[in-house]
Design a protein around this ligand. Structure first.
Ligand code: C2E
Ligand code: MG
Ligand code: MG
Ligand code: MG
Length: 290
């Protein structure tokens, strides 16, 4: 029976190996090489306190430039997840972040969190705990936040939960990313060793003109507060969205193009430095006359 199925499969799949799958195979090989040769870059997008606008942390986002063009991150991360390359990709990102942490902390003049996205595949890799341990050796471990997306149903996997608890015991925090879409489930949110909830950017899209969209985000903000979780609203692109968050949603942290775009470390450091003492900056009337 199994033999018969296998034959039927090869007959039906053969004609399907066309240009697209060959291109994808080439992309996989290019990605493998880029990871080996450490050609991937990491950029950082600030997360700010909703009321004060002060930068409280940054999210590390991986970038890949191939033949002069940026490959969209969600495209190559998905390929990396499917092929297992995400393990090496994740190690590279954690190494880079760990190396940048000191300069960032100095610029901030104190603790600042750095979030790193990790895939379920990485959490299932037996080396992962060691990789995190190495990454936090040279940095403030409570400053590291690992963002996990629920599209992979992590909460159902006892092995993954165990790894999360081991890492959390090291002082590293977890964020549930893209909350409110996909598999994210309220029912076991309180069982995960998570400190942060980041709402999916699509939930912010209509909040400046749709009362019901605001109500959904407000409900998440209230729930997060009740569970002692820091809620970050992602995808804030317009001033009117930020106003809606301040006035009605009530989430303590925001992230989005309106506040800051993702940027390389060299660009981030002066932004963080200038942002840290709002009261120390002279008011306009105190500036010397030209
Ligand atoms: P994410 O973790 O939800 O990251 C937020 C995404 O939203 C980023 O896309 C960011 O550039 C984008 N973004 C920021 N502000 C705005 C805004 O105002 N509006 C809109 N529409 N988008 C905004 P990016 O950098 O393309 O990354 C896509 C996804 O790829 C990430 O989603 C994350 O799931 C994954 N990813 C990124 N870096 C890594 C990594 O190092 N490792 C792994 N495993 N996954 C990563
Ligand atoms: Mg994220
Ligand atoms: Mg997200
Ligand atoms: Mg995501």
């Amino acid at each position: 029976e199994a033999k018969g199925r296998g034959k039927a499969q090869s007959v039906s799949y053969e004609p399907a190996i066309g240009r697209a799958s060959i291109e994808r195979l080439e992309l996989v090989e290019e990605l493998r090489r880029a990871i080996d040769e450490e050609e991937l870059a990491v950029v950082y997008q600030p997360v700010v306190a909703t009321e004060s606008g002060l930068i409280t942390g940054v999210e590390a986002l991986v970038r890949w430039r191939l033949n002069g063009t940026d490959v969209p991150t969600d495209v190559f991360v998905r390929i990396a997840e499917d092929t297992g390359l995400v393990v090496g990709l994740g190690e590279l990102v954690l190494r880079r972040v760990s190396g940048d942490a000191r300069a960032l902390r100095d610029a901030a003049g104190g603790p600042i969190s750095i979030s790193v996205n990790v895939s379920a595949r990485q959490l299932r890799d037996p080396r992962f705990v060691g990789v995190v341990q190495t990454a936090v050796r040279d940095m403030d471990r409570t400053g590291l936040v690992l963002e996990i997306t629920e599209r992979q149903e992590i909460g159902d996997d006892p092995e993954v939960l165990h790894v999360m608890r081991v890492i959390a015991a090291m002082g590293v925090r977890f964020a549930i990313d893209d909350f409110g879409v996909g598999f994210s489930s309220i029912s076991y949110l309180h069982e995960l060793p998570a400190h942060v909830v980041k709402t999916d950017a699509t939930l912010s899209a209509g909040i400046d003109h749709d009362e019901r969209a605001r109500a959904v985000l407000h409900a998440i903000a209230v729930m997060g507060d009740a569970l002692g979780l820091d809620v970050v609203v992602e995808g804030v692109e317009r001033e009117t969205q930020l106003e809606a968050i301040r006035e009605e949603v009530g989430a303590p942290f925001v992230q989005g193009y309106l506040l800051h775009r993702p940027m390389p470390l060299e660009a981030l450091l002066p932004v963080v430095r200038d942002n840290r003492h709002p009261d120390a900056r002279p008011k306009v009337e105190e500036l010397p006359a030209p």
